[in-house]
Design a protein around this ligand. Sequence first.
Ligand code: SME
Length: 161
Amino acid sequence: MMKEIQINKNLGKEEKYIELTKQIKYLIEGEEDLIANLSNICAAISETHKFLWTGFYIVKGNELVLGPFQGPVACTRIAFGNGVCGKSWEDKKSIIVKDVNAFPGHIACSSKSKSEIVIPIFNNGNIYGVLDVDDSNYAAFDETDLKYLKGIIKLIEDNLG
Ligand code: SME
């Protein structure tokens, strides 16, 4: 069955997220394979918001390892506590970075990346991985992105365990 993301590009950011969340629910409905769902979720976010890079890093031992993503090639492994992703894992908290140059230890996977948001994914109190979104504009992410991306992460968390 064909499933497509159809979101009016003239909508504002929040309206796009509201539509996107509904459509992601439909997209992952009936599919229990996590990697398949993560793949479609990052494609759907990317297609809707045209961010520079949208993807997942998954905890494997003491590292985050690159998972499904959309965008330019990226670093494959990030140590615990390193970069924005490793810090989010360590602190078990979301991080919004308005200017990546001002974040100590930021790992630059693309010279085009100027701002970033990272949201941890929980599985029974442990971190399963993180959603990382980068953009080529400074201060691209705010509380609206945080709210709706967290809502999308919740759908993944329901798919875990
Ligand atoms: N900037 C991230 C690394 C991952 S790439 O942006 C895709 C970080 O500092 O953790």
